[in-house]
Design a protein around this ligand. Structure first.
Ligand code: CA
Length: 245
């Protein structure tokens, strides 16, 4: 089996080469980029298992790299590498779809543990049999609703003939809501099941992802028909899928 390929986007040469050296010793194959633009270009290439993304970069900031990467539909796991005092940027990064963050200075043991944990989570999500909760009523990868088609395999939503790419988090939120359609799903439940960890500072992250999801799903985001807010409780998926003929 080929070694998992990790892209290190870091402008400090000593740290970049140190990460390369140590992660190679851990058995990973390493690509590097020293600025945001080159980082984004390399981040878009196929076959990457994970990206370590510094926030303070020349050319294009780490957050901008992440935004453009996720807007382009990439679901490659990203760990943000931030300096002390960048808490607000860390939160912004998680809301943009980063999978975890680590704060400088960190030990190699800490970094390796984070990398392996994120890779494990990503691999678990690629196996639908593991990811699908019990009692799934909807089953298949492609679901058709009036005026809406969701393809969970390709992470796409098609509405009025226009295809929208979903981020991995958007797709997982939607899957969970659809699987439990007609029921209220709480923000805490979404945080636990979709993000898989509890150190996120607020449930606002869920709300921001729901807002982005609605732009793709709903004709009128102010009056959503599919994903409705249940005030004080969470969200509920309302539409019933069409029965395949
Ligand atoms: Ca930097």
């Amino acid at each position: 089996m080929n070694a998992t390929r990790i892209l290190v986007i870091e402008d400090e040469p000593d740290l970049r080469e140190g990460l390369r050296h140590n992660l190679e010793l851990e058995g990973f194959a390493i690509d590097t980029a020293a600025d945001g633009k080159d980082g984004l270009r390399r981040a878009r290439s196929d076959g990457l298992g994970l990206i370590l993304l510094d926030l303070m970069l020349p050319g294009l900031s780490g957050l901008e790299v992440l935004r453009q990467l996720r807007d382009g539909g990439s679901v490659t796991p990203v760990i943000i590498v931030s300096a002390k005092g960048q808490d607000r940027d860390k939160v912004a990064g998680l809301e943009l779809g980063a999978d975890d963050y680590i704060t400088k200075p960190f030990t190699l043991t800490e970094l390796t543990a984070r990398v392996r944990a994120v890779l494990r989570r990503a691999q678990a999500k690629e196996t639908p049999a593991v990811a699908a909760p019990a009692g799934v009523a909807t089953g298949g990868a492609v679901l058709r609703f009036p005026e809406l088609t969701i393809d969970f395999k390709r992470f796409t939503v098609t509405r009025d003939g226009v295809e929208h790419q979903l981020s991995r988090y958007e797709a997982e939120i939607l899957r969970m809501l659809v699987d439990r359609r007609g029921e209220v799903v709480s923000r805490q439940d979404l945080l636990r099941k979709v993000w898989g960890y509890v150190h996120l500072p607020t449930t606002r992250t869920v709300d921001n992802h729901i807002a982005r999801l609605r732009k793709k799903l709903e004709d009128d985001v102010e009056n959503p028909r599919h994903v409705v807010t249940v005030h004080g409780l969470g969200y509920r998926f309302e539409s019933a899928p069409e029965i395949p003929s």
